[in-house]
Design a protein around this ligand. Structure first.
Ligand code: MTE
Length: 173
């Protein structure tokens, strides 16, 4: 699968250990690979601690400074006290996008019932779409590969590029 328009992607890994260099960020790397293999351009990639304000600041920077069209986060969607990525996302989003996390969980539930434990969300800030993915590389791969093909259509509409993006075959199922 390759997109027609080269959309820009920002990756944010929310991980206390990753931000201290105590853990390799395999999940951010998995996002980078899937995004690039799909024809997206990665314009930012940061590992941050699970601090709501820091996550909010980075998401706002990527959207407001027009660095990215799509912001993909990994980690911090579970039940631990430090898991605050959904709160940060909702706080900076101007419009919620419930369908994407619904789709991620619906598909992921066919793989593991623990998918119900991810509180991941999605929203639009300005002209950028923010999507939370769970923290493990496996969960990233399962979630992102499932939604990737439909993200392009949403981004085309969000960016007002429907003419440029039109003509792609619609595949049902
Ligand atoms: N979704 C998929 N597709 N695959 C997985 O292995 N793991 C679940 C869930 N979503 C998982 C998944 C688990 S075990 C948890 S605790 C939550 O994501 C939250 O993960 P996070 O806190 O690392 O974001």
């Amino acid at each position: 699968m390759s997109v027609k328009h080269k959309f820009r992607v920002g990756i944010i890994t929310a991980s206390d250990k990753g931000s201290r260099g105590e853990r390799d960020d395999l999940s951010g790397a998995a996002i980078k690979k899937i995004a690039e293999d799909s024809g997206y351009l990665v314009t930012s990639y940061r590992i941050l601690p699970d601090e709501q304000k820091e996550l909010e600041k980075e998401m706002s920077r990527l959207a407001d400074e027009d660095i990215c069209d799509l912001i993909l986060t990994t980690g911090g969607t579970g039940f631990s006290k430090r898991d605050v990525t959904p709160e940060a996302t909702l706080s900076v989003s101007e419009r919620p996008v419930p369908g994407i996390p619904e789709a991620i969980r619906a598909y992921s539930m066919t793989i593991t019932k623990r998918a119900m434990l991810s509180r991941g969300t999605a929203g639009i800030r300005g002209q950028a779409l923010i999507v939370n993915l769970p923290g493990s590389p496996r969960a990233v791969k399962e979630s992102l590969e499932y939604i990737m093909s439909e993200l392009e259509h949403g981004l085309c509409i969000l960016k007002g590029l429907t003419g440029e993006c039109a003509g792609k075959d619609v595949v049902h199922g």
